[in-house]
Each structure stands twice: as C-alpha cells, then as structure tokens.
Design a protein around this ligand. Structure first.
Ligand code: GDP
Ligand code: IMO
Ligand code: MG
Length: 422
C-alpha cells in the first residue's frame, strides 16, 4: 500500500474468488476503498465476529471506521437494490452517509433494464449467457450507445428523462415480443431508492480520488467479477459487460495508469464458474461435487450451483499478464484439505494441438493436468506459514514457480481472522 497510489485488488478468474473478504482485511491500511466496475451482479461476502454480510454495490471497506468508500463512474447502480443493501448495513449499526460517496457518472440500472436482461436471455435460447438478471448487459450497452441515464441525472428533470427512457425500453420489449411483465411494484421501490440515493454525496469521484492521491492518501480499488468475465479479455460472449481488469481501474475511477501501485490478483486454490460458457477444467464427477459441497460453491447473488474444477494455470498466467499482477492471493486452500491428490491444469489440448496461451475460442479445449500430493490436514486453524504442512507449502511453491509471481497472502477459511500474510 504505497502512499499516493491506487492498489488494485482484482479477481483473476471467473469471479467469487473472495475479493470481499480480502478487501475487508486490507481496508485498515487504506484511506479510500473504491469500486470501479460492475454493480449488483457482484456478491462479495464478508464474515467477522460471527456476522456475515453480502455486499453488491457498496464497497467492502465499509466495515472499517474512518475510511471513505466510493462507488466510481465505471459502476452501474440500481437504486432499489442499493437502498436495500444500505439499509441492511444501517440496521446492523453502520452509519453510511459521511462514508459513502457515489459518482454522478455511474449509470443507473432501470427496472426495464432488468426486464430487457431477461428478454434478451430468453431470445438467446440455448446460447444464453446465464446472467445474474440484474440488468447489467442492457445498462452497459446503453452507456456505450450514449442513451443511458446517470446518477447525476436524478438531480434535474429526472421524471421526464426516466419516462422517455422507459418508453424506449418498452418499445424494444414489444419488438422482442416480450410483453408478459409487470414492474409496478418494482418501479415504486425503485423510485423510493432514487429518493434515498439523493441523501448521499453524489460527487465527481474522479476529482475526489485524484485530490486524495495528491495528498499522499492510499486508495484500494475493489474489483468485481474476474478477468475471465471481462468484456474484452474474458470468454466472450460468455462474459459480463464491464472492464473488470486493471485497465478498468483507470477508466472506472478516472485515475491515470501511472497512479496504479500494487496489483493484487486473487484466485482460489481450485476453480469455479457460475453461468454458461467454456470452462476447460470443469469436473462433472464426484470430485467436482465434493469441491462444491465443501467449498459451499453456490452463488451469493443467484444461489445457483457454481461449476467446479482444478486450478487453471493457462487462465491464471493470462490474467497475470493482462493485469500486470504483482502479488497473488490464494483463497480457500482449506477446501482441498481432504483430497489425497491435487490436480493442476497446465495446458489446453484440442485436435492434437496443445497450448499454454489463452486461445481465442476457449470452447472444446480439454485440460492437461499435472498431479501433486494433497496435504490431508485441517488448515482452518493455522495462523502462520510456519505451521503449513509440507504438501501445502509445496503446492504454493509450485504455483509461484509456474506463475512467476509470489503468493503473499493465503486464506484458510471464510472468517476475517483466517488470513495468513506471508
Ligand atoms: P467475491 O465475490 O470475490 O467477494 O467472493 P464471494 O463472496 O462471492 O465468494 C467467496 C466465498 O468463499 C464466500 O462465501 C466466502 O465467505 C468464502 N471464503 C472466502 N475465503 C475463504 C477461505 O479461505 N476458505 C473458505 N472455506 N471459504 C472462504
Ligand atoms: P463477483 O464480483 C461470478 C457472471 C454471471 C454470468 C456472466 C454475465 O461476486 O465475483 P451479468 O449479470 O454480469 O451480465 O452476467 O457473468 N457473473 C459473475 N460470476 N461472480 C460475479 O461477481 C459475477 N458477476 C457476473 O454468472 O455468467
Ligand atoms: Mg461473489
């Protein structure tokens, strides 16, 4: 955490790596925690002192006193869901008003964006992405086509702008033949959310962050999703619609590349993916079911089963390259505690071709594995690296050697306290 820099904490696989947990652990070292991409498609879990929170739009730095949290311009925000999330925190005793600033440039997710999300998915039939249904794709599409509404729009003539956009959405839905929906109740809550949003400082967060950097403050950019879900670098079209990579920190917060300090790449000791799309390491057997069971791999947002497999060095190397990862953080090693053999995907193979580079089309590739012995030890009570069983230490050393980046933090359980700095 360098003074006057933005450190980035990025999911480098398919999301759900444990970003929320680590941001919460890191926050005391920073002055500002800022989300730069995504919206309520994210579900970031934080567990401490017997309490559990799942955050969607609010940064995971909100539990540390005296820290400013920012929802940056690269994010998309649903006022109704934001209100529900914020009120849950307030009920739990966390005062938000002076600690949460929201960019006026962040785009608004309308109720009709969510209907469009469902309609477009339905129209795709068996080619659907398996989105979270939160209206993410339609909102970012609208941002790119320059017809969207931004948070700052709620401050002036909002009703009129809202009605015009909603009417356009309704027309599109009619054209899609998707007319069986009723957003009356949802819209009421959404409008309440808009009122609620007005109570927060709606500011030019890029100016605020750059000023803070000039004063030598430390900023942590909290990633959402993961590199393999990035609109440019993920397994397109089975991706989300934002820039989830390090470049997205610059555009999503309005900071120059020269302001980026450390880039923390976070991954699990195995792999998961939720939603459709290529996943060469996916296990369809008992081992996959066991990982899901032990790791509680069910979506934090949608409750869907997460697809499970072994760690994928092709994806990790690619993500490290694209993001310029300087430190790795390995989560959920404890989930593999009982496995006698741990496999690692070292390459992909298709039609007699073997590659260690991420292919353009990740469909149809088979994973090539190497095997390592499991540690068969309960890691969840460990508090320092000195206590690591040899096989676990060897697993980390193996990954570090092949990925050429040090693993500086190891997580051995969901609680804030189960985090080991190396
Ligand atoms: P995020 O979206 O990247 O913040 O991750 P999620 O919260 O969606 O998913 C991570 C899940 O793993 C959550 O349920 C966490 O409580 C849990 N978790 C995080 N780190 C660990 C760990 O080291 N071990 C175990 N067993 N669970 C963990
Ligand atoms: P966090 O921040 C895991 C996936 C969806 C779907 C695809 C597109 O918790 O890691 P979208 O609703 O964004 O249009 O869906 O992306 N997806 C995630 N998977 N973790 C997430 O966020 C995700 N956000 C989106 O399942 O496959
Ligand atoms: Mg998540």
């Amino acid at each position: 955490m360098t003074k006057g820099k933005v450190d980035a904490l990025l999911g480098i696989v398919f999301g759900d790596e444990g970003k929320g947990k680590v941001v919460d652990v890191f926050t005391p070292r920073y002055d500002i925690v800022a989300r730069f991409a995504g919206g309520p498609n994210a579900g970031h879990t934080i567990i401490f002192e017997g309490k559990k929170f799942v955050l969607r739009s609010i940064p995971s730095g909100i539990f540390s006193e005296g820290r400013l949290n920012i929802i940056g311009n690269g994010c998309v925000l649903a006022p109704d869901l934001f209100m529900a999330e914020a009120q849950e925190l307030e009920t739990a005793g966390y005062e938000l008003y002076d600690r949460l600033h929201i960019s006026r440039r962040a785009h608004l997710i309308l109720p009709t964006h969510r209907v469009l999300d469902r309609a477009l998915e339905a129209a795709k039939g068996k080619h659907r992405v398996g989105t979270t249904g939160k209206g993410i794709g339609p909102t970012y599409s609208e941002k790119a086509s320059r017809t969207g509404l931004r948070v700052g729009d709620i401050l002036e003539n909002f009703e009129e702008k809202y009605k015009a956009l909603k009417a356009r959405h309704e027309e599109t839905l009619r054209q899609l033949g998707y007319t069986d929906y009723d957003i009356t109740e949802e819209e009421k809550k959404w409008m309440e959310g808009v009122e609620y949003l007005r109570r927060f400082p709606l500011v030019d967060t890029e100016t605020e962050i750059n000023r803070a950097l000039k004063e030598g403050k430390r900023v942590l950019a909290e990633g959402a999703q993961g590199t393999m879900l990035d609109i440019d670098h993920g397994t397109y079209p089975f991706v989300s619609s934002s820039s989830t990579v390090c470049g997205g920190v610059c555009t999503g917060l309005g900071v120059p590349p020269s302001a980026i300090g450390e880039v923390f790449g976070i991954f699990k000791a195995y792999s998961t993916r939720v939603g459709a799309g290529p996943f060469p390491v996916e296990l369809f057997d008992e081992t996959g079911d066991r990982i899901r069971e032990i790791g509680h791999e069910y979506g934090a947002v949608t409750g869907r089963n997460r697809r499970c497999g072994w760690v994928d060095l092709v994806a990790l190397r690619y993500a490290i390259m694209v993001n310029g990862v300087t430190q790795l953080i390995m989560m959920k090693g404890d989930v593999l505690d009982t496995f006698p053999v741990i496999k690692v995907c070292v390459a992909y193979q298709k039609d007699g071709v073997t590659t260690t580079d991420m292919p353009f089309d990740t469909e149809g590739w088979q994973a090539v594995y190497e095997e390592l012995p499991g540690w068969k030890t309960d890691l969840t009570h460990l508090t320092s690296e000195a206590e690591f069983p040899k096989e676990f230490r060897d697993y980390i050393a193996y990954l570090e050697e092949r990925l050429e980046v040090p693993v500086t933090i190891v997580s051995v359980g969901p609680d804030r306290a189960q985090t080991i700095l190396r």
